[in-house]
Design a protein around this ligand. Structure first.
Ligand code: ATP
Length: 225
């Protein structure tokens, strides 16, 4: 998207843009309900949900990136403010979030409030990511609490966090980047893609763990069997 196509800015001026990256193998209601509640909690103009073709720190996803993007599009449907963004599929090599955030920063401009959201499980490994300090130069980081996961930061993660943590969304949104906010969203859901893949493989029900359209597509295309 070019800068002139950027959505209208919020009341305080600069646009509020979120990014939720992931494997989405497949997208599930834990992702989507968190995305809706994050959009609401931060009063975002738009939340880009971005599948990684080959996440650097984990094994090869079970399903091709194009297929995962199609499931994400089906799962989002007409949900206001959420956007299935396939930009990383066009990129050669590993998908680094710093590169994706740099692109978004370029598109929305220096004043935009840019937020990278991730669950506690992903955040606990942040210090191992490519160029982790650069992430804070480009965006705020919002960590979503996840049931069945707890966060015990390593010394390297503590060092990265430094004095960045703020108390609430209002404080975060006073600047374009550099802050850290931990959020407990209202409907925390103990749903994981790992459990869904396992259930599909075993021929067990995944009803109400996934949007109906994603379940239909996964079952009819025998994606995880
Ligand atoms: P897997 O079980 O294959 O590791 P996952 O369910 O954790 O997958 P990912 O695609 O790896 O899904 O997650 C993308 C992002 O969404 C990560 O930051 C992850 O922490 C977050 N996330 C995933 N599931 C939930 C959930 N139920 N609640 C809140 N955040 C979630």
């Amino acid at each position: 998207m070019s800068r002139k196509e950027a959505p209208a800015s919020g009341a305080a001026g600069a646009p509020r843009i979120g990014m939720l990256g992931g494997t989405f193998d497949p997208v599930h209601l834990g992702h989507l309900r968190s995305a809706v509640e994050l959009h609401e909690a931060l009063a975002l103009d738009r939340l880009h949900m971005i599948p990684a073709p080959q996440p650097p720190l984990r094994g090869r996803p079970q399903v091709a990136a194009e297929e995962r993007l199609a499931l994400l599009e089906a799962g989002i449907g007409d949900t206001p403010g959420l956007y299935a963004d396939g930009r990383e599929l066009a990129r050669e090599g590993p998908s680094y979030s710093a590169d994706t955030l740099a692109q978004l920063r370029d598109e929305y401009g220096p004043a935009a409030r840019l937020v990278m959201a991730l669950g506690e499980d992903a955040f606990s490994r942040l210090a191992d990511w490519h160029a982790p300090a650069r992430l804070f130069d480009l965006a705020h980081i919002v960590v979503m609490a996840r049931p069945e996961h707890s966060l015990e930061p390593t010394a390297r993660l503590e060092e990265l966090i430094g004095q960045r943590e703020v108390a609430d969304a209002q404080a975060l949104m006073r600047s374009p980047c550099g802050g850290l906010l931990r959020l407990t969203l209202p409907s925390r859901m103990a749903i994981s893609a790992t459990a869904i893949r396992q259930r599909l493989q075993e021929g067990r029900s995944v009803r109400y763990l996934l949007p109906a359209a994603v379940e239909r597509a996964a079952v009819s295309r025998r994606l995880y069997q």
